[in-house]
Design a protein around this ligand. Structure first.
Ligand SMILES: Cc1cc2nc3c(=O)[nH]c(=O)nc-3n(C[C@H](O)[C@H](O)[C@H](O)COP(=O)(O)O)c2cc1C
Length: 408
């Protein structure tokens, strides 16, 4: 394992879970280059004739590392792993408002928080002010969270065609009603996750951000791609930089393509209040440590297997250790492995760092396990799952759910 130099103590102890030696040695906190204090925000509200709110409407997470909400993969066991490696802020997988209102247990399960998640939010998706507000009201009575996020970045047809997710960026009257309605019933800050826009060449975020700020949103995360783009092109960090100014003094988090501490540093240079990391955490959950310690970590295959073993233990704790729990843990492990195989070990790279959009050529690892972990074949992911959870049941098949685990 390549060791970097450790400096000042960890900003928040790196989460409550037991842990990873590197973290316990202490790391240097990243410094936010863009600061808006609470006082500045209050002065801004006062100047606009709005009163300083008496309930907690601000979310002070500037400079913190935010693990993105990740449907299917960002389950509670995975978030525990990321917390151990230094993720500061975590969020539940997107929950659909109508499913929550219908009392679907599987949807409510998405809102569960582990005790190590000290700054935790839940993310909702919906298209209508009445259902979203009703849902927020129900949440404020039933769950203990630090913030509620609205997913206005979701690109999938099923959501978009009903007017939810990304479609709300073009339905500003409905969007406003949703934000104001939810804000009225929530006693925690309301945040929003958006994209640059819907179409590739029509940026909407810079026009929407001042409105979101005025409607009472505490913080926005901007994924620097449009709906049309999906993952085909790099995130537009130049545009994110423009949007920082448009959002000010409301804090703006930037999101897109962060896979190394260098990427993180470049992102912070744009003036964002903080960064959100999605696929980077799936490929290498130790990325949070790398960013905090400002180094590349040449992690060994046995260390990586230990991480997977911890995940399966957390999975069995969370989903149960009976046959059903084991198979559920396996399914989620396989979903994660479909991303993990894209990681290229630091010691094998011709030049550092690995980039998220570059497809590595076929390579042999430094040992059998490293080669197996680099395989893009589901049969090999299944073999890894068998090392940890025993043989798969007869006629077992696996196809990953998320398209982002493939290259374009
Ligand atoms: C497997 C997977 C699941 C995702 N699920 C969600 C989700 O539930 N809510 C959301 O707002 N974004 C979701 N996203 C999008 C990410 O949060 C993030 O915006 C996007 O991947 C860009 O960041 P990245 O370049 O760091 O991956 C998901 C992405 C992936 C890869």
């Amino acid at each position: 394992m390549a060791e970097g130099t450790a400096a000042a103590p960890l900003e928040n102890g790196g989460g409550g879970d037991s842990g990873v030696g590197a973290l316990e040695r202490g790391v240097a906190p990243i410094k936010p280059q863009y600061l808006t204090t609470k006082e500045q925000f209050h002065q801004f509200l006062e100047a606009k004739g709005q009163e300083k709110p008496c309930r907690e409407t601000e979310l002070d997470i500037r400079g913190k590392l935010y693990l993105a909400p990740l449907t299917t993969c960002g389950n509670l066991p995975f978030r525990r792993i990321c917390k151990r490696f230094g993720a500061d802020v975590t969020c539940g997988e997107m929950a659909v408002c109508t499913n929550l209102l219908q009392g679907q247990m599987s949807e409510w399960a998405l809102l569960k928080r582990h005790q190590c998640e000290d700054i935790f939010g839940v993310q909702l998706e919906g298209a209508f002010p009445d259902t979203m507000t009703k849902c927020a009201e129900l949440l404020s009575r039933t769950v203990e969270v630090d913030f509620v996020d609205i997913n206005v970045g979701c690109p999938i047809d099923l959501v978009y065609k009903k007017g939810g997710g990304c479609a709300l960026m073009n339905r500003s009257t409905k969007f406003q009603q949703i934000v104001r309605g939810m804000n009225q019933v929530l006693d925690v800050p309301l945040t929003v996750k958006i994209r640059t826009g819907v179409q590739e060449r029509v940026n909407l975020a810079h026009r929407l951000l001042p409105e979101l700020r005025d409607w009472g949103v505490a913080l926005v995360t901007l994924h620097g791609r449009s709906r049309e783009q999906r993952y085909t092109k790099l995130a537009d960090w130049q545009y994110i930089e423009e949007c920082v100014k448009a959002a000010s003094p409301m804090p703006l988090f930037g999101n897109g393509d962060i896979l190394s501490f260098e990427d993180a540093n470049r992102a912070m240079q744009t003036g964002v209040a903080g960064i959100m990391i999605a696929r980077g955490a799936l490929l290498k959950p130790w990325l949070f440590t790398e960013i905090k310690e400002q180094r590349h970590w040449d992690i060994s295959s046995s260390e990586r297997l230990d991480i997977l073993r911890d995940f399966t233990n957390y999975g069995l704790e969370h989903w149960g250790s009976d046959t059903q729990g084991v198979e559920k843990t396996r399914r989620f492990l396989l979903e994660w492995l479909s991303f993990l195989c894209r990681y290229v070990p630091v010691g094998l790279l011709e030049r550092l760092p690995q980039r998220i959009n570059e497809r590595p050529p076929y390579y042999l690892g430094r040992d059998y396990l490293e080669t197996l972990m680099a395989s893009q074949k589901a049969a090999d992911w299944i073999r890894i799952s068998e090392m940890l959870l025993g043989p798969v049941p007869p006629n077992f098949a696996f196809l990953p759910k998320h398209k982002a685990n493939a290259y374009k």
